[in-house]
Design a protein around this ligand. Structure first.
Ligand code: NAD
Length: 280
């Protein structure tokens, strides 16, 4: 069994764009609303990765009481600013703000999270049009590619159908000629599907949802889940201790998909900058 070391690969990928970043001088703006501790930790990691890559990082902090109108105005200002190449609005947002309006308001060419319908729609067409794919799915694909794990013709089972992970990773696996099954809360017999998986990607947010009896020998397991157990320890959706005994490859939590998501944001920021400068 091999551990898919997202932390090490993430550092390698961030280092690999340093030369390009030096030439392009990209700038990433991050909007943080409120003081959600998990969000504050995520943006700290993004800032660190930008510093490592040589990308300028600008953070805009707002009170949780900011109105949607004021937030959209700030996003528009950043959209118009030619010195900013990438824009992330850290989710979740307070309940009074309608997230689809926020996602829609980000300039698609600066949407390095890859959440805008324009970028999602392009991704639907073919791998060549995955210009700014959602960061977590991009990180997963980079991780599988790095370990030379074949995707074409494989049975890929995705558990979770969110717009930011489950649906786009399903599409990216289909773009790479896998046979894809996407499961979710209404799937009738989850283990009937997971047992068939050559590659199992789990993005749900439930500790120990996937147990050893639900997977076949030799499965490749990608655990996207980020949960806190009763001791406050970070853990995924997969019973790592027992599933890892049957898996050929498995991601740890922490140190698997999390850092790869940050690396993918860095890759998307450099890509967005390249595309903006090429069209000037
Ligand atoms: P979400 O919270 O929007 O949706 C959860 C999904 O799980 C839904 O599709 C739902 O139908 C499905 N689901 C719920 N219970 C289920 C069950 N019992 N059986 C099968 N499916 C079930 O999803 P999300 O935003 O993609 O987040 C999922 C998890 O991934 C969370 O733990 C989140 O913190 C984590 N996450 C991690 C990263 C990272 O970088 N590592 C990035 C994004 C999300």
């Amino acid at each position: 069994m091999t551990i898919l070391d997202g932390k090490a690969l993430s550092e390698e990928l961030v280092d690999s764009v340093k030369d390009k970043a030096e030439k392009l001088s990209p700038t990433l703006a991050v909007i943080l609303v409120g003081e959600n501790p998990a969000s504050m930790a995520y943006v700290r990691n993004k800032k660190k990765a930008c510093e490592r890559a040589g990308i300028e990082y600008i953070q805009h902090d707002f009170e949780a009481t900011i109105t949607q109108e004021d937030l959209l105005k700030k996003i528009d200002d950043i959209n118009q600013d030619p010195n900013v190449n990438g824009l992330i609005v850290q989710l979740p947002l307070p309940d009074h703000i309608y997230v689809p309006d926020v996602i829609r308001s980000v300039d698609p060419s600066k949407d390095v999270d890859g959440f805008h319908a324009y970028n999602i729609g392009k991704m639907f067409l073919s791998p060549e049009f995955e210009d700014l794919p959602p960061a977590t799915p991009l990180g997963i694909v980079k991780l599988l590619d790095h370990y030379d794990i074949p995707i074409r013709g494989k049975e890929v089972v995705v558990v979770g159908h969110s717009n930011i992970v489950g649906k786009p990773i399903s599409m990216m696996m289909l773009n790479r000629d896998a046979t894809v099954t996407t499961c979710h809360i209404h799937t009738k017999d989850l283990s009937a599907h997971t047992k068939r998986a050559d590659i199992l990607i789990v993005a749900v947010g439930k500790i120990n949802l996937i147990t050893a009896d639900m997977v076949k020998d030799g499965v490749v397991v990608v655990d996207v889940g980020m949960n806190r157990n009763d001791d406050g320890k970070l853990c995924g959706d997969v019973d790592f201790e027992n599933v890892s005994k049957k898996a050929s490859y498995i991601t740890p939590v922490p140190g698997g998909v999390g850092p790869m998501t940050v690396a993918a944001l860095i890759l998307n920021t450099v890509r967005a900058t390249e595309r903006q400068k090429a069209s000037q």
